[in-house]
Design a binder for this molecule. Structure first.
Ligand code: ADE
Length: 224
């Protein structure tokens, strides 16, 4: 999968994408991430990327020309499955949506800032709009990082133990069961006996029950 991200704050991505699973998956050649600074595509000498809103009002609006120039440059080199806009008025991201995006080949992600993006960017280029929750961030960058992290770990080969993504919370519509490691007892708190029993069938059954119970207690809405 290739991910092209358009942002005014491209440096924000460097530390996050050069650590852990995202770093490894790039090294393995499973994903390619390119960050583009929208300012580099500005069409005027002042490198302007935003302007006052037509009709007045507070805040600045991101201009269409630099974003359009960047998207058109990318589209001239390959075809894209989706052009995604990170925005608080998009559909709310979840694991099911992440699964869908993990199967795509090439995607563009646009990070908004300031008051918003000239509406014509949505009309002309954007194919899906994604929010990471009902709150407003300073920009789409953190949202894009969360989107990428969630999607990338679902791509086959990214996680060493491929089954571990399948047992994540939400992957089967339920929260994940509790996990333990050594020591078997800590200050009187014991690991459940069943996990030390060596009986895989009973352990599986216990995990399913715990998963269901945890979901019932913490997120009953998921069972509706
Ligand atoms: N940009 C600002 N807030 C956002 C949100 N909640 N989700 C996605 N992009 C955003």
């Amino acid at each position: 999968m290739r991910i092209d991200i358009l942002s005014l704050f491209s440096d924000m991505f460097v530390p996050v994408f050069s650590e852990s699973i995202i770093k490894r998956s790039q090294k393995k050649g499973l994903i390619e991430i390119k960050i583009h600074n929208i300012r580099d595509f500005s069409v005027n000498k002042q490198k302007q990327v935003d302007d006052y809103p037509y009709g007045g009002g507070s805040g600045m609006v991101m201009m269409i020309e630099p974003i359009a120039a960047c998207i058109e440059h990318l589209k001239s080199e390959r075809t894209y499955d989706e052009v995604i806009l990170m925005t608080p008025d998009g559909i709310v991201f979840n694991q099911m949506i992440a699964n869908k995006y993990s199967t795509l080949n090439n995607i563009i992600i646009i990070c908004g800032h300031y008051k918003g993006i000239d509406e014509r960017v949505r009309e002309m280029y954007v194919t899906s709009e994604i929010s990471i929750g009902d709150y407003v961030l300073s920009g789409g960058e953190l949202a894009a990082m969360i989107f990428c992290d969630t999607v990338i770990r679902l791509i086959p080969g990214v996680l060493n133990d491929e089954t571990s993504a399948l047992s994540d919370s939400f992957q089967n519509g339920l929260l994940a069961p509790p996990v333990y490691t050594r020591p078997a007892e800590f200050k009187g708190f014991k690991v459940p006996d069943i996990l030390l029993s060596g009986n895989d069938k009973l352990i599986d059954q216990w995990r399913q029950e715990q998963s269901l119970e945890r979901t019932r207690l913490k997120r009953p809405d998921l069972l509706d």
